[in-house]
Design a protein around this ligand. Structure first.
Ligand code: FE
Length: 333
């Protein structure tokens, strides 16, 4: 990464170089449009190095205080928490961040801040299941679905975060009982991605599963007619509307401990949660805006509004190891 000439433009990174380096586990076209819009608005260039969350964490760790990473960006608070826990993020805050990001969608210490939101939803086969039979995560553990549930592997961060949120809300014993009940309903050993689970349900191999909402939205909007037909055969439920609310997670970012341009990094984070960036990304994004006041993409708006859980996001990290243990104990591989 080359150094750019110093040409300050004001803002919180005013005395710093005129670029910011991201290590990002996201790689969407919408993100590149955001970088361009930020550069247009501020004169500060965004340089993004992409990789998976684990690789980027290891790279930041290996680079130590020589790292060129100013901001770490990833989906899932579980991934962000691992970087925080490794001592590689610094706590930051500002009025723009505090006002821009709801409390349940940021790290309580300010180590990372959400800028988009995703929901863990139930997908069910419309010709076999009534929506009220899958209104709650608990229903996936109901004996009525014996041999009718497909699930992704428990090593996936989304599953770990889902169980971690249950540990936080209802305790470890409850979480173990639930995981054992769902495990008892498996039609096959866990395999494949979230999208593969939806396709298995659509194909009649199972009656229900658990996925992040945007995988369903992607199938709905797919250019492949077979994928659109698969989406048409299934329904989506925001679980636990009558109780604790649907499990939500974030895509978010945190300023690295050894950032060379911490002011620029914070400036970019503030931009990501601003009305301008949120409105720009909303129609391009299959995730929800970070605030309810921003209108989501039409496909998302069509899913309706929902009640979301409210737990401190770092709980997803704090309970991650215990979630992994419980999955292991109940044989959910
Ligand atoms: Fe994903």
């Amino acid at each position: 990464m080359a150094l750019a000439a110093c040409n300050p433009t004001g803002g919180s990174g005013g005395d710093e170089e005129n670029f910011v380096n991201l290590y990002t586990a996201r790689h969407y076209d919408a993100d590149r449009q955001l970088y361009a819009a930020f550069e247009e608005a501020t004169g500060v260039a965004v340089r993004a190095l992409t990789g998976n969350a684990e690789q980027l964490l290891e790279r930041i760790r290996a680079e130590g205080d020589a790292t060129e990473a100013d901001l770490f960006v990833s989906a899932d608070a579980g991934n962000l928490w691992r970087v925080k826990e490794a001592g590689l993020l610094q706590n930051v805050t500002s009025p723009a961040l505090e006002q821009g990001v709801p409390e349940n969608l940021r790290d309580p210490d300010g180590a990372f801040w959400g800028f988009t939101k995703r929901a863990r939803v139930i997908i069910y086969r419309k010709d076999a299941v009534q929506p009220e039979q899958v209104a709650s995560y608990d229903d996936l553990a109901n004996a009525r679905f014996r041999g009718q549930i497909v699930m992704r592997s428990s090593t996936n961060t989304y599953q770990l975060s889902t169980l971690a949120s249950r540990i936080e809300r209802q305790g470890a014993d409850n979480a173990r009982q639930w995981a054992a009940g769902v495990r008892a309903n498996f039609v096959r050993d866990p395999q494949g991605s979230d999208t593969d689970q939806i396709k298995a349900v659509a194909a009649g191999e199972a009656q229900a599963t658990l996925v992040n909402h945007y995988y369903y939205v992607r199938l709905l909007k797919s250019e492949d007619a077979a994928e659109r037909e698969a989406a048409a055969r299934v329904g989506l439920i925001f679980p636990d509307q009558a109780t604790g609310g649907t499990h939500v997670n974030i895509s978010g970012g945190g300023v690295t401990l050894h950032a060379k341009r911490p002011g620029r990094a914070k400036q970019f984070l503030e931009y990501l949660v601003s009305d301008a960036a949120q409105n720009l990304i909303a129609p391009l994004n299959t995730e929800f805006p970070i605030r309810p006041s921003i209108t989501p993409a039409p496909e998302l708006a069509a899913l309706g509004s929902f009640r979301e859980e409210s737990i401190p996001l770092d709980a997803l990290g704090r309970h991650q190891a215990e979630a992994a243990r419980i999955f292991e104990e109940v044989g959910w591989r």
